[in-house]
Design a protein around this ligand. Sequence first.
Ligand code: IPM
Ligand code: MN
Length: 320
Amino acid sequence: MSGHLITLINGDGIGKEVIPAARRVLEALDLPLTFQDADAGFGTFERSGDALPPETIRLCEASDSILFGAAQSPLSKVAGYRSPILRLRQHFDLFANLRPAVGNGVDLLIVRENTEGMYSGRERLEDGGATAILERVITARASERITRAACEQAQRRRRKLTIVHKANVLKETCGLFRQTALMVTSAYPDLAVDELLVDTAALKLVQDARPFDVLVTTNLFGDILSDLAAGLTGGLGLAASANVGSGQIGVFEPVHGSAPDIAGQGTADPRAAILSAALLLDHLGYADQAARVRAVTYATPHTGSTAATTAGIIAALPTA
Ligand code: IPM
Ligand code: MN
């Protein structure tokens, strides 16, 4: 097949601004890419009763990859609503969430397990609502495949891997994750492997993140540490992510949310979405174009106008 079909899901809030911006950058590259739009998010849920309608799943399945903006996640339970990004990760079994943090001398990659852990969905109330219980699910299978993915990433980088866990307290769940990760990494003698408790990892990252290369960890720890790492490198404006599995389809999304406070004003920073588009280009095999987009985007400051920042990036793209 020649060319690739990309599904664009704006989602909610500033997703409606940053995804069209990323599309303009992709279109400026003169690659054989075609685009289709699909709906998802809280707005879609309010309109149709489903945050990820079957038609959207069908469009995603028929495409090569998905660029996703943001979905608003309400702070308390809304009957029938579950975050469409979580559902997409599950639907396509996108077990690896790759979250690079680059800037201020830092160049690290968080490899976050994306399918289980504290995101098991096994949460319930007991005692008439006075006790809330969450089952944290860790499997050898998921721990193994995420560690393998992290090792492969480390081999393409500075060959250092840090396993992050809390096995001193969470003896069974983090214990299994740790044991499995250590077993997998023993088959990669070319990597320098160490381990850190998640609290120590947070401290060391804040003190000096420059020595870190690849970190592999469970779902919620990776969620939190990736925001922390983004904060170290200039904030969420530059934080991109890839959700990938063993198949072709991946979901690429900025780490930031829907930012309802600034939505609709034309001021959202489009760079995290554009860097997510660069991860998508890498995934589809357009490594040169991905590198060009990345170099220009990191070098372009956000001026406070989505349109102007996007235009600046497009103008600065070297022609092939
Ligand atoms: C992220 C987000 C999501 C997550 C939420 C919105 C479901 O915080 O992609 O980091 O927790 O994974
Ligand atoms: Mn998050």
